[in-house]
Design a protein around this ligand. Structure first.
Ligand SMILES: [Zn+2]
Ligand SMILES: [Zn+2]
Length: 256
């Protein structure tokens, strides 16, 4: 499985996009940066968007992706996957006919270009060869982390979160765990801001990684606030076991 980093920052600046990972050709994890980096042909191959939460930096380009799919007349809809509450937030506050058209009923209520597939905590959804679960994490709004598992590999994506528990216990159960993607947004000296906004610092990340039994799994850090990027990178270097930790860059491709 190839994972392409379309956007991986907690800020938006030229050349630096917000969260979006492309798994293979058909599955997106978050939709912060899609239409500005993928060709039309690549966009038309996307079937599913797994949404960690409804903050705009994680969903913004879904608006333009579904708009392209509609006008290019792709027959199959785009399917949004998340918890029922997160999907309702996206529908009510983005695709509400005011901020953006309600593509859940366009071109018709019975055959829309945008669909939702809710997944409750503890349930397993089958997408192609993947078994997908969504585990609630600790952020300022309802947010989930995703685990994807096939017969031979599994990968865990932990987007915006403060200190959390259940997803680490879930990761510890995965037999073929290959990688963990996890946020680290702020430097250690902004620990209080991290606490209030429910994000991690490098010190907070160390506390989270202590909950992971396996100490050999590659850790891919993302959602760095760019204004603090160098400071965060230095602090990550000081963590125990820092050799397995890498900070992602836009455009990177990772092979599990
Ligand atoms: Zn957020
Ligand atoms: Zn975010």
């Amino acid at each position: 499985m190839d994972i392409r980093v379309l956007g991986c920052y907690g800020s938006h600046l030229p050349g630096c996009g917000t969260t979006s990972f492309l798994l293979g050709e058909t599955i997106l994890i978050d939709g912060g940066t899609v239409t500005s980096v993928l060709t039309v042909e690549e966009q038309l191959k996307i079937e599913y968007v797994l949404i960690t939460h409804a903050h705009l930096d994680h969903i913004r380009d879904i608006m333009f992706l579904v708009d392209n799919i509609f006008y290019l007349k792709r027959p199959d809809p785009l399917v949004l996957i998340s918890s029922p509450g997160i999907l309702q937030a996206v529908r009510a506050h983005l695709f509400n006919g005011r901020i953006w058209p309600d593509f859940f009923s366009i071109p018709s209520v019975s055959g829309p270009v945008l669909k939702m597939l809710p997944v409750d905590a503890g349930d397993v959804l089958n997408i192609g060869s993947w078994r997908v679960t969504a585990t609630p994490v600790n952020h300022t709004v309802e947010t989930v982390a995703f685990a994807l598992e096939s017969d031979t590999e599994s990968v865990v994506f932990i987007g915006d979160t403060g200190p959390t528990e259940a997803i680490w216990a879930h990761a510890n159960e995965k037999k073929h765990l290959k990688s963990i993607f996890v946020e680290t947004s702020l430097p250690n000296r902004l620990e209080e801001l991290a606490r209030v906004t429910c994000h991690l610092t490098p010190r907070g990340l160390a506390g989270e990684l202590a909950k992971l039994n396996r100490k050999d799994i590659p850790i891919h850090v993302f959602h760095v606030k760019l204004h603090h990027g160098e400071e965060i990178a230095r602090e990550l270097q000081d963590l125990p076991g820092h050799n397995r930790i890498s900070v992602l860059r836009d455009g990177q491709r990772i092979r599990l």
